[in-house]
Design a protein around this ligand. Sequence first.
Ligand SMILES: *Cc1c(COP(=O)(O)O)cnc(C)c1O
Length: 378
Amino acid sequence: MSGVLPYARQEIDASDVEAVSSALTDPFLSTGPAVARFESDLAAWTGGHPSVVVTSGTAALHTAYAAAGVGPGQQVVVPPLTFVATAAAAALLGAEVVFADVDEATGCLDPAAAEAALTERTSVVASVDYAGAPADMDALRAVADRAGALLLEDAAHSIGTTWRGRPVGSLADLTTLSFFATKNLTTAEGGAVVSTSPDLHRAAARFRNHGLVRDPAEQRWPDEGPWHQEVHSLGLNYRLPDVLCTLGSSQLRRLAGFVARRAEISARYDAALAEVAEVRTPTRPADAEVAWHLYPARVPEDARRPLFEHLRAAGIGVQVNYVPAYWHPVFADLGYQRGQCPVAERWYRQEISLPLFVGLTDDDVDRVCDLVRAYFAG
Ligand SMILES: *Cc1c(COP(=O)(O)O)cnc(C)c1O
């Protein structure tokens, strides 16, 4: 086939349309029973750990850092090979972001680099499941424990991934998910915070809803009247509406199939590109069953931009994930220097994400690989 191929595309079917359209005429449009239902459906994927669904993956990060008590005077360790939100949400709460370099093979936070970044002010070590594959979570757990810090996993890419037999959601104190349109599971916009501790879960649930305390047993002035609710700590409105939760539950029924198809496509790229000497295909971590979100190929630095332009000109929606977070002017203006995480910077200069989504056909994959092969055959 020919024509324009997007880089990512949501997978919406008639069952999603049916679920959403019936939710639209339910009495609840905002918070109703579908919210708790989606949260309980998610628990089947997170090792039973409860979640708080919110309006985006960015809101999930903001909520998770807030639940962790992140604020001024504290430091949060973050890998730079990520979408800026992983760092920005901590910075917005007044914490200092300390960037620690990534592993050369996986692009995920390197435990030795995280360890070297610790100080007595470190309150959270945040890892990112780059492309869907987790870092060495046992090593990061030990690093976080040594610092007395919480471990956070930005799992925007990786719902459905398991590591050493344990699902994403059970590997860190706080795990954040994104349900943005292009992610492995979508609610159009949406996200969730999964926590393994009841205190963190309660704090996240409160932050999502203005910090409101409704239970009289917990109120300072419970005799005020039956209408009374009060705020003990500041929060925001990050409530994910019923209608979008309905879409999430509907999508979850097909997630296992999404994960399987993504794995097939990823393996097909691997096989077709193995013979192209200039292309480095993604490392397959031995310890993980990965729900692949991206197909991050690496090519020589001087070939990356011309290959990108060549594929875009041929109608192939390639991407680059990601410009190192501290290159963004907002961080550069705070004094973060280029060169501080050389492995992540090399990743960025070599990386090109090929299209990966459930509706991609084998023929689409072959066409992309033919174009890559032809480019290097020159
Ligand atoms: C998409 C993404 C986010 C933000 O999620 P949104 O739902 O778009 O706000 C955060 N971190 C990573 C790694 C992402 O890919």
